[in-house]
Design a protein around this ligand. Sequence first.
Ligand code: IPM
Ligand code: MG
Length: 358
Amino acid sequence: MTHKIAVLPGDGIGPEITEQATRVLRALDLDLDLQTMPVGGAAYDQFGHPLPPQVLELAKSADAILFGAVGDWKYDSLARELRPEQAILGLRKALGLFANLRPAILYPQLANASSLKPEVVSGLDILIVRELTGDIYFGQPRGVREVEDGQFKGERQGFDTMHYAETEVRRIAHVAFQAAQKRSKKLCSVDKSNVLETSQFWREIVIDVAKEYPDVALSHMYVDNAAMQLVRAPKEFDVIVTGNLFGDILSDEAAMLTGSIGMLPSASLNSANQGLYEPSHGSAPDIAGKNMANPLATILSAAMLLRYSLGKADQAQKIEQAVQAVLEQGLRTADIFEEGLTKVSTSEMGDAVLKALK
Ligand code: IPM
Ligand code: MG
């Protein structure tokens, strides 16, 4: 059976890193049909839109999407709906990719990469489950309007709307509880229920879903405290579930705990297990085209793709072991380089992973 994979490299370092990941996928003994299309700024340049219909069609028809990164300063002056970020937001919404899994793992070989003390982060392995298609990211109405009364009457005002429907909270809660069941059976739901109605509702639904998972210990934390606890004692967490906006912020924080955001993959899944897989880092336009970006997060995203969307856990593990092996060999791209180890380029890192696969 042939699996169709849409490869959307995007902008900045996106093309270089996805190239290494597709080399790895091609080297495996799998029947894959890889089809590449531009997305984000690259698609805007070519087709006048960050997510043109033909790219969306390819993504919809694929079993999985391997996504690089989007965004570049040169698109900063475009209208919001034409900016590269709209491509990833549009794909998430159009494909219903509501469940975003963002692991933050500190590889033992990279223990010194974190800005936190080694004893605080050594062995860190947490999973952030971020809701990805709701919340203030997509809530309507939004825009700029004139204030009708009160202190600021007559002024312009920017506004967005935060809301969560019961189904949206339930389905992400189920994903998180099930992930917790496969790990240490601890789930922390993060909200701002001391202030926000949306969060009070979120908490109420999560507590209700918890009845179906008596083996999982559920706790709750306000997002400000969670941000603090993540740097104070990150190993107290195992699985965190949270909404779209808080998840955006906390997942960057969690990634940085590992000191190597260049290592972290992510998966965004819908209810049919169709998924979009992308590195947790961005498009890094400052180092684009220099063959120095770290391709490992994208290579590990390809491993997640095999595991979650194609059901090929054995092949996924092969990739993960190959990545471990190259770290063992002391190979490092610039972002994770330490004195005494071997600095390699993007393509050399890809070569090394391919070699370790054999
Ligand atoms: C992420 C990114 C996106 C988000 C941007 C690029 C729209 O920061 O995937 O975390 O905010 O979700
Ligand atoms: Mg983000």
